[in-house]
Write a protein that binds this ligand. Structure first.
Ligand SMILES: *Cc1c(COP(=O)(O)O)cnc(C)c1O
Length: 426
């Protein structure tokens, strides 16, 4: 792209276009991407390509411009890109729902297709509140979560994000007031398990559900915890008549080394949210799955329907690509690929521990995290990564990577070098 055109785009972008968590007008200059292929983003300013260490916020698990996903999209485009879902149905959505039921833990049998992760969490919350209302227990309308979580940016999801230091602190006092347990420790601790049991028991009369991210807390701080805590939650929820929602929007589709993070604990939730990697990063789509118990409960109520129906519900184009992405994932040795990347990240990030200002280095599946003892200087950290030929997007005190599963060993090593460089200069 000629330089004047890039400059014009950037000027228009700054003046008119909101970016995630950004001010208006914009104050930092984004990089203009011209195209993307495999694990590489091609920049429009002619400066070359960057290896993508972010999978476009953890979604592009197969990389960009994948021939199989492209073909699925093109084929579906020739049939129809969209039809409404009220009163109509179609093969891509039905096939996708069946695949999700087959793939997720046993017991989840019903699928609500939503248009983004946040909306799938809204739907999950609505399901849980409506379930108890239908059963004649309308007082059960609060949610319990643990600190350090992130569940999206719309209203209900914001209310269960970490209330301190997170992105939604501004809204405390306006949001629904939920019940917060302490953040889960990395290793199993009986005292913390007791804390969870106690909180659930004490608030059971007003709790519709417990909602957590299993095993990895993503945008709330990239923290890992023992899967055993999920079994503690499952048992306490069963004992006290509380539903369990697992938000697998970040962890689903292999990222943590199991197809779903719930698999680390052998736990089936009552409701599960999926998103991000669902369409291989091609377009927006998310899903809320639930058990027959939840669906039947809702159906027994005074209002026996789930009153939710986004305009683009079940979008055929997204559903067709999601089906292709799931097939692509499950027909390969995905576990082997994740283990390969995990090994590469462990090796590449081992030197990070000795960098001054680094507080912790942790790796799980295809997730590598370097935590600093200070807020990262985004601008210089990003610049350091770009100098290594890698795209990273650090936040708070974290420099991390979640690369596409197709990232080759040399590129994994390069990403790890960039994470170290960003940690050193951020
Ligand atoms: C990203 C994310 C969401 C929100 O999904 P959007 O598609 O951005 O609305 C919710 N929960 C978790 C765990 C996420 O990582």
């Amino acid at each position: 792209m000629p330089e004047p055109r890039v400059a014009e785009l950037l000027e228009l972008d700054r003046r008119h276009v909101w970016h995630p968590y950004g001010p208006m007008p914009g104050q930092t200059e984004p990089l203009v991407v011209e195209s993307a292929s495999g694990v590489r983003l091609r920049l429009a300013d002619g400066s070359g390509e960057l290896v993508d260490g972010m999978s476009s916020w953890w979604s592009a698990i197969h990389g960009y411009n994948h021939p199989v996903l492209n073909e699925a999209a093109t084929e579906q485009l020739a049939r129809m890109s969209h039809v409404m879902f009220g009163g109509l149905t179609h093969e891509p959505a039905v096939r996708l729902a069946k695949k999700l039921v087959d793939l997720t833990p046993d017991g989840l049998e019903h699928v609500f297709l939503a248009d983004s992760g946040s909306v799938s969490v809204e739907v999950a919350v609505k399901m849980c509140l409506q379930y108890w209302r239908s059963l004649g227990r309308p007082a059960k309308q609060r949610l319990l979560t643990w600190r350090g979580g992130y569940h999206g940016d719309t209203w209900q999801p914001m209310s269960v994000c970490d209330p301190d230091g997170g992105m939604h602190e501004l809204w405390s006092g306006v949001l629904p007031r939920q019940v917060f347990a302490e953040a889960p420790p990395a290793e199993y601790e009986e005292s913390y398990a007791a804390h969870l049991r106690d909180m659930i028991a004490r608030h059971a009369h007003e709790l519709a559900a417990v909602i957590v991210e299993p095993v990895v807390q993503g945008a709330g701080g990239m923290r890992f915890h023992s899967p055993a805590f999920l079994r503690v939650l499952r048992a306490a929820c069963d004992e006290h008549d509380v539903l369990l929602v697992l938000d697998e929007i970040a962890t689903g589709f292999g990222r943590t080394g199991e197809l779903f993070a719930a698999g680390h604990a052998g736990v089936t939730p009552d409701v599960m949210c999926l998103g991000k990697a669902l369409t291989g990063g091609y377009m927006t789509m998310a899903a809320t799955l639930c058990t027959p118990r939840v669906a039947e409960g809702i159906s027994r109520g005074e209002v026996p329907v789930l009153a939710h129906g986004p305009t683009f519900m079940g979008n055929p184009l997204a559903a067709a690509v999601a089906c292709a992405s799931i097939d692509l994932l499950t027909c390969q040795d995905w576990r082997g690929e994740i283990t390969r990347i995990e090994t590469g990240l462990r090796t590449g990030l081992s030197e990070a521990a000795s960098i001054p200002g680094v507080k912790d280095v942790r790796v799980l599946g295809a997730i590598g995290v370097v935590q600093l003892d200070h807020p990262v200087d985004m601008r210089s950290a990003t610049r350091a990564a770009v100098r290594e030929g890698v795209w990273l997007r650090p936040f708070r005190d974290l420099v991390y990577t979640m690369p596409p599963y197709v990232t080759g060993d040399e590129d994994v090593a390069r990403i790890a070098r960039a994470v170290c460089a960003a940690a050193r200069e951020g």
